[in-house]
Design a protein around this ligand. Sequence first.
Ligand code: PFF
Length: 463
Amino acid sequence: MAGRGSFSNKLGFILAAAGSAVGLGNIWSFPFEVGAGGGAAFLVMYLIFCFILCFPVMVTEIAIGRKTQLNPAGAYKALGFKKWSILGLQGIFSGFVILSFYNVVAGWAFGYFIELLFGHFEIGKQFGDFTKDVFKVGSYAMVFMFATAFIVSKGVAGGIEKASKILMPTLIIMILGLVVYSLTLDNAMIGLSFYLVPDFSKLTLSVMGSAMGQAFFSLSLGMGALITYGSYVGKGDNIVSSAAFITLADVGMAFIAGLMMFPMVAYLTDGTMEGAGQGAGLIFTVLPGAFESLGSTLGVIIGASFFLLLSFAALTSTVSLLEVPVAYVVDEKGVRRNRAVWLIAGLIFVIGIPSLLSNGYSGFFTNFITYIGAENPTSFMDFAQNVANDTLLPLGGCLISIFAAYIWKTKNLNEEIEQGYPGYTGSFVQKYLNFAVMFLCPTVLGIMFLLTFLQTFFGINLF
Ligand code: PFF
């Protein structure tokens, strides 16, 4: 297949897929979603979604990818269901939307690396001014998109694997170190109990809906990214154990990011936890203050390296986001890989401009839309997140399971999983996966999608 690489070994695929999953979703959006969702109640829902509902979808995506060796849209067609390639196109569209705002946040992370390198800890208090400085932030975002396109243009094996191997473990070690530090801070226990002791009265439909969206977003599911990556997996590899590793790595990373964040929030707010629900600015307003408390030299070293590593974690995710549409036009439209990469990267950068402007610079994009029944307007960037993460990805996950169970048929799915997993047939894993793909995912995801969609955008509360 023209321009198609392949992972050099099983570890290469796992690291790249884990690199796709672990990113801003774990360290930037997970803590702010927990904060906005009332703490531990959100965490509990998130864990349920990841392990019970998303894991089977992940196995299914990888299996479809390996079976067809194609991009999402081509995969449905190759299995003989041409009409379903619209689901692949929906995934490709989701990837466009996600990468457009994700790249802006990645630009913030990269910008914070530079600010902290110069010891500018005050940036935490000036986050609003920082995001408003669209020329500066826009340049960082442009550098970021350029780096993403460069890596993708080098092909799968060459670029993605190398970046994942060294930097992810370094980031994990650093966050673990910061967890230890943050647990020694004053009021740490208040932060910890906010994060770990659930208050189920906070569990509303919208909290459940955001936990679902966050689970899909964080695991890179529901849009075919793992169909695309699965297409590079060898037939001898065990899809289930790979998916289990990716899920555990991703959830583990988000979990420790929370352990790091909430004691810091408690420390910086004298235990009031005020601002924990502020939204997208959470890590950007909190972390610089916490780094400053390490002293000027250590603060600069840890602070700057933290944001540099976060930028790399974001890069292994942006690479997978760009890979989805690129694989599509390379496979389906016969466009040369290099040309596809640069054209699509440029296009997505342009689509991201409203998100860039929607954090204070432009009143129009900052107060972009007021949902029916809502009190406050939603910015363009939040709107894009609501559409992609909370709506399109869970819907994609629901439809992918329906496709696998009833159109492609569970028997074929099982046959694909069996390769590389000899004891699969008749095992508990098989029974659970089949039950999930046939019944659990279509119903729970379908109902949740409908309820949250109506509530978020139309203020209709059926629950
Ligand atoms: N999972 C990534 C994160 O948590 O940062 C974001 C992402 C990457 C979503 C790739 C979807 C995707 F296809």
